[in-house]
Design a protein around this ligand. Structure first.
Ligand code: PMP
Length: 457
């Protein structure tokens, strides 16, 4: 697709009409103007094709034909709000529930991950009559006031202190991120030590004479740098929270629908098949780019919410068009066995990174390769085994400029290259990525490191 406007013209309009707090990737040098896509590829205004290792929204591939056809068909027939009956929402709710363990059975459609988590907090408050939250350091759960209050990621080094929303801010206890590679506990008993902070948080509330509302976490912490806690962590945390009257909210906004492989269709299953959350939220991948998100909960929690006597209405949520996209996404996952594909390609890429010979790249080392399926983090370190923040930034920029590969960086030290591509990412794509990664790493030895900027350009 060609553009009527040049990239510079669009950039100028963006600078003029957008707040600078709305960021754009590769902002410091040469942002991309993306006009098209297919599978795990994106195409700029000149027709240059990029490999996309970072887009976890277009889950079954950019411009997936089946999703496009389903959306095009439905938008030509009806797209209205949800006051009326329509098969798409009902059928999608049924499909979703069939993919989740008992007793998760009641679905609320919403429009984004933040809305999903906001509603999850409301549901949990209705059930527990408490708003005392326990959250994991480095986690992100959304951009609304209520969800920001449980998003330490946004406050990085600052004291965890909400300027506007005292109602949740004062009732949030932050526990350390259960990172067994770089965190405060790394030994065999790390799972138990990390879970003890959740036990302690419950005790803190108890000492105040208060109940716990909920422990909210992802099964694998995305923006924290792809941290998969040791599985035992979840049982101990969830047992403690439930004993204190609280609920377990699993934020699956990034990790749902088979990204972690067919043996971990939901990331909460990483904690064991018997640890079923009280509330699950999903978003990003569900509509393959359409604004479709959902909260799924138990009959018990749903009834507590109903007994508050407040109608739940959400104008756009569960529209026929977005639900058509959702149904097509679930069909595509099944038809093309994409979760199994994610496991296979993920394992392949992981083994390639683990065996990568970087002996000719004296400044770059791989500290850790972690994750499951196509949810992977490559923790890059320097020669002192310290986080390679500059090196990671350099590699990310080179991958884009010299190899047309789009990557993203996360983790508290900005040194984790995160791999979470559309599940259409193939073995050939993995080979292309690993070859380019090695070449980009080799280039570091040849440049003056003081010239590398800390944020990728
Ligand atoms: N939860 C997690 C784990 C997320 O990563 C995000 C978005 N990055 C959200 C919630 C918020 O979703 P949205 O941007 O759709 O509101």
């Amino acid at each position: 697709e060609e553009s009527e406007y040049t990239k510079d013209e669009i950039l100028e309009k963006r600078k003029k009409f957008f707040s600078s707090s709305v960021s754009v990737s590769y902002e410091n040098s040469d942002p991309l103007m993306i006009m098209g896509g297919y599978k795990a590829r994106l195409i700029d205004e000149h027709g240059n094709v990029y490999l996309d290792t970072r887009n976890n929204v277009c889950h079954v591939g950019h411009q997936n034909e089946a999703v496009v056809a389903a959306v095009q068909k439905q938008v030509g027939i009806l797209n209205t709000n949800t006051r009326y009956l329509h098969p798409n929402a009902a059928l999608l709710a049924e499909r979703l529930v069939s993919l989740l363990p008992d007793p998760l059975c009641k679905v609320f459609f919403v429009n984004s991950g933040s809305e999903a988590n906001d509603l999850a907090l409301r549901l949990a408050q209705a059930k527990t009559k408490s708003n005392n939250m326990i959250v994991v350091d480095t986690a992100y759960h959304g951009h609304t006031l209520s969800t920001l209050a449980v998003s330490p990621y946004k406050y990085k080094s600052k004291e965890f202190n909400m300027p506007f929303n005292d109602s949740l801010g004062k009732n949030v206890i932050k526990v350390p991120c259960p990172d067994t590679f770089r965190g405060i506990h790394t030994g065999d008993d790390a799972a138990s030590k990390y879970a003890n902070y959740v036990v302690e948080a419950c005790n803190t509330y108890k000492k105040r004479g208060e109940d716990v509302c909920a422990f909210i976490t992802e099964g694998g912490l995305s923006v924290g740098g792809v941290i998969l806690p040791p599985p035992m962590y979840f049982k101990k945390c969830v047992d403690a929270v439930r004993a204190a009257g609280g609920l377990y909210i699993a934020d699956e906004v990034q990790t749902a629908l088979g990204r972690l492989g067919d043996d971990c269709f939901w990331a909460f299953l990483h904690g064991g098949n018997d640890i079923v959350p009280d509330i699950v939220t999903i978003g990003k991948p569900f509509g393959n780019g359409m604004p479709l998100a959902a909260v799924i909960t138990t009959e018990e929690v749903s009834s507590a919410f109903e007994s508050m006597g407040v109608e739940y209405f959400n104008t756009f949520a569960g529209s026929p068009v977005c639900c058509a996209a959702g149904l097509a996404v679930l069909d595509e996952l099944e038809r093309n066995k994409l979760p199994a594909h994610a496991a296979r390609v993920g394992n392949y890429l992981k083994s390639k990174f683990l065996s990568l010979d970087l002996s000719d790249c004296p400044d770059v080392n791989i500290g850790d390769v972690r994750g499951r399926g196509l949810f992977m983090g490559i923790d890059i370190v320097n020669n002192d085994m310290e986080p390679g923040t500059l090196e990671t930034s350099f590699i990310c920029t080179k991958l884009k400029e010299d190899f047309r590969i789009l990557t993203s960086i996360d983790g508290p030290h900005d040194n984790v290259l995160v791999v979470k591509p559309p599940l259409a990412f193939s073995i050939e794509d993995a080979d292309e990525f690993i070859d380019a990664f090695k070449k980009a790493a080799q280039m570091i030895a040849k440049i003056d490191k003081s010239k590398i900027s800390k944020t990728p350009t």
